[in-house]
Design a protein around this ligand. Structure first.
Ligand SMILES: *Cc1c(COP(=O)(O)O)cnc(C)c1O
Length: 432
């Protein structure tokens, strides 16, 4: 986007909002407010998505059903609990580009990552290593290292990490390919965050899957920062599995449930190692209480427990909005919104504010990670004080993520104005 004077103005941002075909969704969310009642500029949907106004009704409906039906709620009411998770499947599958048989909402992210590694980390002889990013999200690293130790393998020897080149922050695709080619026959599992939580870099998962499969590795992705943010096309990518949480871009509430994808090629494999429970049992026979496990021939075989209805209701309320808005429309707006944020930040001067996220829209989602020269956390505290919610990641990064579902161009402009003033620069024509 060319920097023109005209773009750096509140009136430009407001005009973009008027032209935005998705603008009505903003009013369907609750925005946190400051002490004086004015809403925060909320650009933190990458950490915790906002609450859809409909969520309360979705949860209340099930509380009412529980109150009035008791156990009969499993079979009665508008949406019987026995099949409750199924009501979410189609919409979730669309968001991540999976087939409905390949996607299920269950457990939480790190739990699902462990369950997937039970199935897809099968060390054998020399092929006993796991490849992750050097700056993987800590929970992913703990999960992966503990799986290695569980198999009596030493993480010091069996964990390969992908590091950016000296002086660089982003991983170059050719370097990922090189490591896979060099170590592929020792690698059992490649497990990458598909959109890096820190840099915002979005990897080409189809390409990485192809490189891994050519070397005989299983390939899985942690899509915590991808789901609801970038086009994942999980089925077409061919990856073996993916896991994600739904409380970031998918607005399911704090600690809300996660989801998983297993490619259909694995569904009917009778030899696949898997931790099992009764919710994975053939639905026709589940209540016959038989000893023999007869897995559902879809990803649902990986389910363990009966569905936590109260935790699932918020996801459903949010997914209805995604389904209605259409993921490709959201992505289109997201590309434009983030480009606008980039234009404004760049106008502050590359020498002062560095954007570490790739500038290629194909290699990023909504989030831009920025570093400000000679500043520390006090800058972050200052902009928070001035009414912005973004997030700070040690040692020196501010992550800013306009969520296309509810953020506006005006939000982005207001953030820019506040950042500019916090840096001691004079604000542009900036109304509040
Ligand atoms: C947010 C996030 C997590 C958090 O995991 P939970 O099990 O939901 O607490 C893990 N990994 C990545 C990459 C994340 O972005």
């Amino acid at each position: 986007m060319e920097v023109t004077e005209n773009q750096i103005s509140l009136s430009f941002a407001q005009r973009k909002d008027q032209e935005d075909p998705l603008r009505k969704y903003r009013s369907q969310f609750h925005f946190p407010t400051q002490e004086d009642g004015t809403p925060f500029v909320y650009l933190c949907g990458n950490s915790l998505g906002l609450q859809p106004k409909a969520t309360k009704d979705f949860v209340n409906r099930e509380l009412e059903n529980w109150k009035s039906l008791g156990i009969e709620g499993y079979f009665e009411g508008k949406n019987p609990w026995l099949r409750y998770h199924e009501y979410l499947t189609d919409a979730m599958a669309k968001v991540v580009g999976g087939k409905p048989e390949e996607v299920v909402v269950m457990n939480t992210l790190t739990v699902n990552l462990h369950l997937m590694m039970v199935s897809f980390f099968r060390p054998k002889g020399k092929r006993c290593k796991i490849l992750i990013e050097a700056d993987a999200f800590p929970s992913d690293r703990y999960a992966v290292e503990s799986q290695l130790r569980f198999h009596k393998l030493d993480p010091k020897e069996c964990l390969i990490t992908l590091k950016a080149r000296a002086g660089e922050l982003l991983l170059r695709p050719e370097d990922i390919k090189k490591v896979i080619n060099e170590h592929g026959d020792e690698i059992s599992l490649i497990m990458l965050g598909n959109t890096n939580y820190y840099t915002g870099q979005f990897y080409n998962i189809k390409e990485i899957t192809k490189w891994g499969h050519e070397k005989g590795c299983f390939v899985g992705f942690d899509c915590a920062h991808g789901a609801g943010n970038v086009p994942l096309e999980l089925h077409d990518s061919g990856c073996d599995f993916a896991v994600w949480c739904n409380y970031k871009y998918l607005n399911s509430g704090p600690g809300g449930m996660g989801s998983a994808f297993v490619h259909e090629r694995h569904h009917k494999d009778p030899t696949i190692p898997r931790f099992e429970g009764w919710w994975g049992q053939n639905k026709e026979r589940r209540f016959l209480m038989e000893d023999q496990f007869d897995p559902i021939p879809t990803i649902e075989a990986w389910q363990l427990s009966c569905t936590p209805i109260m935790a699932m209701a918020p996801i459903w309320s949010s997914l209805q909005l995604f389904d209605e808005a259409g993921f490709s429309n959201l992505r289109k707006k997201s590309i434009s919104l983030t480009a606008y944020l980039e234009t404004l930040i760049k106008s502050l001067g590359d020498d002062l504010v560095e954007i570490i996220t790739p500038s290629d829209p194909e290699q990023r989602g909504a989030q831009l990670s920025i570093r400000v020269k000679n500043e520390n956390k006090s800058l972050f505290d200052k902009i928070t004080e001035a009414g912005v919610i973004v997030d700070w990641r040690e040692p020196d990064v501010i992550r800013v993520a306009p969520a296309p579902m509810y953020n506006s161009y005006e939000d982005v402009f207001r953030f820019y104005g506040i950042l500019k003033r916090a840096l001691g620069m004079k604000g542009d024509q900036f109304a509040g």
